[in-house]
Design a protein around this ligand. Structure first.
Ligand SMILES: [Zn+2]
Length: 412
């Protein structure tokens, strides 16, 4: 499959872009007669930009969007857990498809998922063509049989034939997983050359409990003492970091995923952007699940991240629009070892085409400023993931059926 995008705006000038297979193969003046592309997209009034990589979410939780709100953390969690307990694999499939539809419509081409029923998540993402790292969740209370089954699944699926979909052991958090389980997850990741997802240093309580249980160590120091931090680890939240924690995460090349909306909504705290940047930490962006956000728009996440850092750290310069756009795109792709997140010959053809006639992008003094501070999903016309068109003129395959099926979950 080849796609030729003609006369499109790319970094302030008009050009043509050829996609062959999964890659951008040529950027520049291209004669459409000479390349015989399968598809030609007229790029007039469109601009080409990197697409988004959502590095932390629980996709099917979008079925619980608005289910219960404004409660303190523990009663809120307990209410959610009761509803999750009745979810079937088919519900997870429906919920994941709804989430993927929402992500595609808001320009996301890759997400890291951490949830249950990984086979049904696989079914949904494969059907919809989005890229995904499927986290297989581990907790002590799953019991040894399920834990072993999950490791066997990872062994089996580590060389899964679809290179757009990868798997990761995902020990949930230090308060639900023993040190031994973390070590087993990390060993499985090393053995199968997989990434590992986890939640880390999300709340004050987590930090205080960790210090009590583990000789005064912070959650980051504790995981480091277990030897389970490396560049294959993607850690969500990382809100409560000491200077030493930031140093460790940087040295170990862990990617920290900033989840500003969720951290605000659950009163978890504020990610220390100046500390993370000063230590050269790898920082990406994620939405977290829809119970604590309540949507999956990386554009809202970018704006929230920028505004939150500016007000919390009393500086308009602490996080620029360009830096936050990089966190949502190239940093996220790099964390998962993808040659993507940028528009360049040889890179994976992941991109969005935005409608320059949309009121939120008008006037266009600076497109990145507009994308971070003004745009919403309505600005995105077309989404391409690894050379495959996932949305064109705002239409995604089967969208009516996906929404109709997900709407029925409320009757359960
Ligand atoms: Zn989470």
């Amino acid at each position: 499959m080849s796609v030729l995008i003609k006369n499109v705006l790319l970094e302030n000038s008009k050009t043509d872009v050829l996609i062959e297979g999964k890659k951008f193969s040529r950027i520049g003046n291209i004669d459409s007669l000479s390349v015989k592309a399968d598809r030609i997209i007229d790029g007039t009034d469109l601009a080409l930009l990197p697409a988004f990589y959502n590095l932390h979410t629980h996709a099917a939780m979008c079925l619980l969007r608005g289910f219960c709100e404004d409660l303190p953390l523990m009663p809120w969690l307990e209410t959610i857990w009761k509803k999750e307990a009745v979810m079937t694999g088919e519900d997870i499939y429906d919920g994941t498809r709804l989430a993927v539809l929402e992500m595609i419509r808001s320009g996301t081409v890759f997400f890291a998922d951490m949830y249950w029923f990984h086979q049904d998540v696989l079914r949904a993402v494969e059907e919809m063509g989005i890229r995904c790292n499927i986290g297989v969740t581990f907790m002590d209370n799953l019991g040894e049989k399920t834990i072993q089954d999950n490791f066997s699944f990872l062994d089996q699926y580590s060389k899964y034939g679809n290179d757009l979909i990868t798997f990761a052991p995902a020990p949930h958090a230090i308060y639900t997983c023993s040190g031994d389980l973390y070590k087993r997850c990390f060993e499985n990741a090393e053995k199968n050359n997989l990434f590992m997802q986890t939640h880390l240093a999300e709340t004050v309580t987590e930090t205080e409990d960790c210090k009590k249980a583990h000789q005064g160590m912070t959650p980051v120091e504790y995981l480091d003492s277990l030897g389970v931090l490396s560049d294959r680890v993607i850690a969500a939240h990382c809100v409560h970091l000491t200077p030493n924690d930031a140093k460790i995460l940087s040295q170990r090349q862990v990617t920290a995923v900033h989840n500003p909306c969720s951290n605000m909504k659950l009163s978890s705290g504020v990610f220390n952007m100046p500390l993370a940047k000063a230590n050269g930490m790898k920082i990406a962006l994620g939405t977290d699940g829809c119970s604590s956000n309540n949507n999956l728009s990386m554009m809202e996440e970018m704006k929230t991240a920028a505004l939150l850092a500016k007000v919390r750290f009393d500086s308009t310069e602490v996080l620029s629009a360009k830096e936050v756009y990089d966190m949502a795109t190239v940093n996220g792709a790099a964390a998962y070892g993808l040659n993507a997140g940028r528009i360049a010959e040889g890179a994976d053809a992941d991109c969005i085409l935005v409608d320059m006639t949309n009121e939120r992008l008008t006037p266009s003094w600076n497109l990145i400023y507009n994308m971070v501070y003004s745009a919403d999903s309505s600005c995105i016309d077309t989404v391409i993931s690894a050379g495959k068109i996932l949305m064109e003129h705002r239409h995604v395959n089967n969208e009516e059926e996906i929404i109709a099926k997900a709407r029925k979950f409320i009757d359960k």
